[in-house]
Design a binder for this molecule. Structure first.
Ligand code: HEM
Length: 143
């Protein structure tokens, strides 16, 4: 269901109603992930998969996992068009010095997809989220 504001912004009243930036952001990916509750479930599955993954787990030895989960929830919510603001560190800054390889980046993306599979997220929705994470590869991979 669209909100009244969205309907007004889509209609001819757009400018009069102060919708200079167009209709409200598309949150279909956020909804496809199951909203805030769905994203929390996905992250709660994703983090243990990372810690069990021999390809990447060593990088997380000294990581505050509670903070990591919180930041990932915010980030996935914001990236998928949900009503959140990412309050974590800059991707380049936080991953700098971790010597992350492309293979490790891909391993983590695989674990995320496995977590989404477990929670029944549709492949098209999975692809949308992964596509929004893909540009971060340039900032995260340093080796
Ligand atoms: C799409 C890929 C990735 C995304 C979206 C991502 C996202 C994040 C986020 C949101 C944080 C928390 C930032 C904060 O605390 O403010 C974080 C921290 C971290 N990430 Fe990533 N990450 C990705 C890939 C990787 C990979 C491939 C590795 C290693 C194999 C990795 C290792 C870490 C570690 C060790 C931390 C904690 C650093 C610390 O607390 O000092 N990340 N990441």
């Amino acid at each position: 269901m669209r909100t009244l504001t969205e309907l007004v912004c889509i209609g001819t009243l757009a400018l009069a109603a102060g919708c200079a930036h167009g209709p409200a952001a598309d949150d279909s990916t956020y909804q496809g992930l199951g909203g805030q509750g769905g994203i929390k479930k996905i992250v709660d599955t994703f983090v243990p998969l990372i810690l069990a993954d021999a390809r990447i787990r060593d990088s997380f030895r000294d990581t505050d996992l509670k903070n990591l989960s919180m930041r990932l929830e915010e980030q996935f919510c914001a990236l998928s068009g949900g009503p959140c603001t990412y309050r974590g560190k800059d991707m380049k800054e936080i991953h700098d010095g971790l010597n992350i390889t492309n293979a490790q980046f891909n391993a983590l993306a695989e674990d995320l997809q496995a977590a989404m599979d477990r929670h029944g997220v549709a492949p098209a929705v999975q692809n949308k989220l992964v596509a929004r994470l893909a540009p971060m590869q340039r900032e995260i991979v340093t080796k």
